[in-house]
Write a protein that binds this ligand. Structure first.
Ligand SMILES: Nc1nc2c(c(=O)[nH]1)N[C@H]1C(S)=C(S)[C@@H](COP(=O)(O)O)O[C@H]1N2
Ligand SMILES: [Mo]
Length: 351
């Protein structure tokens, strides 16, 4: 590819900045930082790095503040982790739901390096009453549905906060995390939708109650009924999902051989199987999984399709994970349009 044919992010919104990854045009399995999707609720925060400290307080035995130098000396680990926005694919819900109309590029992955949150909590100790760990970002602003200003803040239940792979990350793909993605420190919560991975960490508080901030108890909640808030439950783990990267939707193809390829991922276990259908879901064929599926990153899959009959085709992909979860035919509709994971589909014309 010449340098004039570089893929770029697709703008969903300019202010605050929300940009979509060109998922069909990926040349590598990890996202270069300039193609990583961006999901922001507010304008970028301004913070001064010269006196950046990470405070850990609340229901802890010894409150502490850590400097970046101290954090850099703690034992770190690197994990290849997907971030997927809970609103990824929202534009495909029927009926439509309000919010950023993400297509298929609200997802990216790469190598995150950092220190387990657990290490910090072991260092401060937590009290008997500790229930959740609240992580607050430096960005804040107003919402359309409330009077006050709110920071972007989210809590994790203790077991997820103490999971050895929940990281306070400071590098992405072995470089300092780009500013737009949370420099100097962001939380990385593998397996959960992206909202959990708070950027630009301002402070961490261990709390003895249930956090009720708007990004916890208003947004990022599944409301399955159109008319009321009955049976609501929080958005946490990613659903099992897949996306066809090529061919493109509505592409015109010659008769002959074509590679159908894409990615598949899950928030529980690993991807066991990806099937494609070339006849709108009547019959399914198992694809080749290219990369072994580990628990936190996606699997590439492909199928070589030889087609000699002109016509219009609906191509579908369906992933199944090691917990037997599979993509449904119908999306699980919910008021705010989270967690879309119906079988992926595109149309092509062969001539
Ligand atoms: N401080 C802060 N953290 C945040 C957000 C935000 O707006 N502010 N957005 C969240 C959401 S909804 C997602 S999907 C991811 C997006 O991360 P990225 O912009 O690095 O892709 O960050 C999460 N962390
Ligand atoms: Mo998100």
């Amino acid at each position: 590819m010449s340098k004039y044919q570089k893929p770029t992010l697709t703008t969903r919104r300019l202010q605050p900045e929300n940009l979509e990854t060109p998922i069909s045009f990926l040349e590598t399995n990890t996202m270069p930082p300039e193609l990583f999707y961006k999901r922001n609720h507010f304008s970028y925060p301004s913070l001064t790095y010269s006196n950046y400290w990470l405070p850990i307080n609340g229901s802890v035995v010894t409150p502490k503040v850590f400097s970046l130098e101290e954090i850099a000396k703690l034992p770190a680990k690197t994990l290849k982790v997907i971030l997927e926005c809970a609103g990824n694919k929202r534009s495909y819900f029927e009926p439509k739901t309000y919010g950023e109309q993400w297509e298929k590029g609200g997802i990216s992955q790469g190598y995150w390096t950092g220190v387990p949150l657990k290490t910090f909590l072991e260092s401060t100790g937590i009290t008997q009453t500790a229930k959740e760990v609240l992580v607050e970002g430096y960005d804040k602003g107003k919402r359309t549905d409330m009077k006050n200003e709110y920071p972007y803040a989210r809590s994790l239940p203790l077991d997820k906060a103490l999971h050895p792979d929940t990281l306070i990350a400071y590098e992405y793909n072995y470089h300092p995390i780009p500013f737009e993605h949370g420099y100097p420190l962001r939380l990385i919560v593998p397996s959960w939708y992206g909202m959990a991975s708070v950027k630009w960490i301002k402070q961490i508080s261990v709390i003895s109650s249930e956090f009720k901030g708007p990004y916890q108890s208003v947004d990022y909640v599944y409301y399955p009924n159109k008319e009321n808030e009955d049976n609501a439950f929080p958005v946490t783990k990613m659903n099992v999902n897949s996306t066809i990267q090529t061919p493109l939707n509505m592409e015109e193809l010659n008769t002959g051989s074509h590679i159908i390829k894409g990615i598949a991922w899950t928030g529980v276990g690993s991807i066991l199987k990806v099937e494609v259908s070339l006849d709108a879901g009547q019959t399914w064929i198992e694809t080749d999984l290219q990369s072994p599926s580990d628990n936190y990153s996606w699997t590439e899959w492909s199928y070589e399709w030889s087609t000699y009959e002109a016509g219009e085709y609906t191509i579908m992909s369906k992933a199944t994970d090691s917990f037997g979860r599979t993509q449904p035919t119908e999306a699980f509709w919910n008021q705010k349009g989270y967690g879309y994971h119906a079988i992926d589909q595109i149309k092509v014309k062969v001539e």
